[in-house]
Design a protein around this ligand. Structure first.
Ligand code: HEM
Ligand SMILES: Nc1nc2c(ncn2[C@@H]2O[C@H](COP(=O)(O)OP(=O)(O)OP(=O)(O)O)[C@@H](O)[C@H]2O)c(=O)[nH]1
Length: 665
């Protein structure tokens, strides 16, 4: 069901019962939508679920809530300006009741997927009327009562009493039965009695006969109607087509090659047409008489298409036709049809498509479209028949040709031609607008992609300076991120013999940068997040940490694994005399982001200083561990060897260890 119905419910439940009640209702029905989009389709079941939940929250009955929702809908659609449409349906409430189906028909362009109900005014008297409601949804019967009550009050100043007199398949009363959209025909049927003062309307109907416009007019020959409405047809009480306009007969012949041209008149209407609107309507005399205010749509049944057969039949000399026996005419039409399809196959063989004479465009000869006739039934007393005064529903020239018609086939006095041309212009304007829109959305798409890539690059740059979890925390809150860690392992790696600081040659400096870049990139490849995080590079020194920002109990092991990997990797890189040395120490640190312009994630504490000293006092191609780190990894199988005591700047005598290898794998 379209979101507009749910928008109205949400709006007025919040207004009437408060936002908290609405939140509670959403919680009960587990509704994920904070708001509803007018033109989006939501499950039908949501409506009774919300009614049942509101009933539970407020103590009102389910029926009361559904009735309330119906009233909300009428108040709400006035915001869309639809109130004008309701007021324009007619002077009296009964005029409105006869126009609800037409209202939904008109709305079909705005709500193309609408599965609207069907409403039929079956009886009227001084004290009210009887309405027959049919729908594919169950449980909406009280919703409709709310709508009708609100429309009567708001737009006609009428207080009505509406109640169900009989129903089939409807779930009424408190059972908030699931609304299911039953496939196929409208199976929910509810008959309502509406009690209200209808005397004025009834009196008007009686006076109509005495209306000045009803001065005795000469009877009109039926042919006038058939000329004015060339697509019309006349029905008798048995729903047989007794007369028809020339264009509908010609179209039927074109769309049913080989059929007997005289087979249209005298046939049962539903053998020739599908009734598209109102849906699932039983086409019989009583129903059509009752529904004269309703707009019907009939689609011509076609068994194929065949312009040549059509031409052949049209070129037939109808006058002498009566001499021809029926099957002679059919044989001729069939022969023509046969010739046409053989020619067609030949043409298709060269993949030639038919050039449409009117638009000059290639048009595949795959077939014509069915013709849709839209109009109203009128009762003609003189001949005790119903005439379907209609025009073909054609939106644009393509559709016109798709049916095999031309503009001059359409009734000149009606608006059909204007509509087609307007539709066509409208379509071409729309096409231009769509193209522009498409262009704009492509441009928007490209700029969004560009913005996205910039954001990604920005994020990569940011995450190269600040660990992602820290950056995300900083994005969420202004808080300054500073954290202490009980124990991490800090790794310093220095690249040796890259650059002779005494040299002034640019060449050497550029070579150094290239080599350094190569080495640091190789180190970057060995950083496995989130176990080890690269902190910074200063000069020839590469600093990393394990255990921050993500806590990692195996920080010492992961640091040693990294060290062993990079020694192995860089030794095989034959970097012309370049060497590296690695120092690792474990202990507590404080970590935080410092700086605004180029924010950096920095580590503070003696653990860092000692790790740096482990590196700066290390020999090339070796890994020196502090005693604490060595004992940690030795206990899990890493091979370490005491280096003895080393005089470490700022630390005095320290026992340090060489890391020789990882645990037995
Ligand atoms: C004038 C503006 C109106 C608009 C724009 C409108 C539009 C709609 C839409 C979009 C739906 C949902 C159908 C679907 O999603 O399949 C709907 C359903 C419905 N409408 Fe209307 N409508 C209007 C007036 C009315 C009036 C005046 C009545 C009756 C008094 C009415 C009776 C109903 C009912 C009972 C349903 C529920 C669907 C069902 O029972 O199957 N509508 N309408
Ligand atoms: N790259 C880097 N090095 C650091 C960091 N913190 C300390 N160090 C180095 O660790 C070593 C020991 O630091 P300190 O004990 O403070 O010694 P210092 O007196 O500041 O520096 P020295 O002149 O080397 O003695 C120094 O070489 C520092 O450069 C850091 O966050 N990043």
């Amino acid at each position: 069901m379209y979101g507009m119905l749910y928008e109205s419910v949400q709006h007025y439940v919040q207004e009437e019962y408060g936002v908290e009640t609405w939140k509670k209702v959403c919680q009960i029905v587990d509704c994920k939508h904070n708001s509803f989009k007018t033109h989006q389709i939501y499950p039908d079941k949501l409506m009774p679920d919300i009614a049942a939940a509101l009933s539970a929250c407020t103590g009102q009955s389910f029926d009361f809530c559904m009735n309330f929702f119906g009233r909300c809908f009428v108040r709400f659609f006035s915001n869309f300006g639809y109130d004008k449409m309701i007021r324009s349906t007619g002077r009296y409430f009964c005029d409105f009741l006869q126009s609800i189906d037409n209202i939904h028909l008109i709305m079909r362009f705005t709500y193309p997927k609408m599965k609207s109900p069907s409403m039929q005014l079956t009886n009227m008297d001084d004290n009210g009327a009887v309405i027959l409601y049919r729908s594919g949804r169950t449980g909406m019967s009280k919703y409709l009562i709310g709508q009708m009550t609100e429309v009567a009050r708001e737009f006609y100043g009428l207080e009505i009493k509406a109640y169900v007199i009989e129903s089939q398949n409807d779930i009424s009363g408190g059972t908030a039965g699931p609304i299911k959209l039953t496939d196929g025909p409208l199976t929910v049927i509810v008959k309502y009695r509406l009690d209200f003062d209808n005397r004025e309307y009834m009196a008007k109907r009686v006076n109509t006969a005495a209306h000045p416009s009803q001065l005795k007019m000469p009877t009109v020959n039926m042919n006038v109607f058939l000329e004015l409405f060339p697509f019309t047809f006349v029905l008798d009480h048995n729903m047989k087509i007794t007369h028809a306009g020339e264009k509908i007969v010609e179209t039927w012949i074109m769309h049913n090659p080989g059929a007997n041209p005289k087979g249209f008149i005298g046939s049962y209407v539903m053998d020739k047409f599908h009734c598209r609107r109102p849906k699932d309507t039983t086409i019989n005399w009583d129903t059509l008489i009752q529904m004269r205010a309703v707009l019907f749509e009939f689609e011509l049944i076609r068994t194929g298409h065949n312009r040549a057969a059509y031409d052949a039949v049209l070129n037939m000399d109808f006058e002498n036709y009566d001499e021809m026996t029926l099957n002679e005419a059919q044989t001729m039409a069939l022969t023509k049809a046969q010739e046409f399809s053989e020619q067609q196959q030949a043409k298709n063989a060269d993949d030639e498509d038919e050039i449409d004479p009117a638009t000059g465009e290639r048009r595949s000869s795959q077939g014509l479209r069915s013709i849709l006739l839209k109009g109203q039934m009128f009762y003609i007393k003189d001949v005790d028949s119903l005439i379907f005064l209609c025009s073909p529903l054609i939106e644009n020239l393509d559709e016109l040709h798709g049916i095999g018609l031309y503009l001059n086939d359409l009734n000149p006095h009606g608006l059909s031609r204007e509509l087609v041309m307007a539709g066509w212009q409208h379509c071409s304007k729309l096409e231009i607008m769509f193209e522009k829109e498409e262009q704009r959305s492509d441009e928007l798409e490209k700029s969004l992609e560009l913005a996205d890539s910039w954001k990604r690059q920005g994020d990569e740059l940011l995450y190269s300076m600040i660990p992602r979890p820290i950056a995300e925390r900083m994005r969420k809150s202004e808080e300054h991120v500073c954290q202490s860690f009980e124990e991490v392992s800090v790794i310093f790696i220095e690249v040796l013999n890259v650059y002779d600081s005494g040299s002034n040659s640019i060449q050497d400096a550029m070579q150094a940068v290239t080599t350094l870049n190569k080495v640091f990139s190789a180190l970057d490849e060995e950083i496995i997040s989130p176990f080890v995080y690269k902190v910074e590079t200063v000069g020839m020194v590469y600093m990393a940490v394990s255990g921050a920002p993500d806590i990692n109990p195996l920080h010492a092991e992961h640091s040693c694994d990294l060290a062993l990997r990079v020694i192995k990797k860089l030794k095989t890189d034959e970097l012309e005399g370049v060497a590296i040395r690695v120092g690792i120490n474990s202990g507590p640190v404080v970590a935080g982001v410092v700086g605004l312009k180029v924010p950096r994630y920095c580590l503070f504490g003696d653990t860092v200083n000692t790790a740096s000293r482990m590196e700066s006092s290390c020999e090339p191609w070796k890994i020196q561990l502090s005693q604490y780190t060595a004992e940690k990894v030795r206990s899990v199988g890493y091979k370490v060897e005491s280096r003895g005591t080393v005089k470490v700047k700022g630390k005095g005598e320290m026992e340090t260890y060489w890391l020789l290898d990882g645990p037995e794998t």
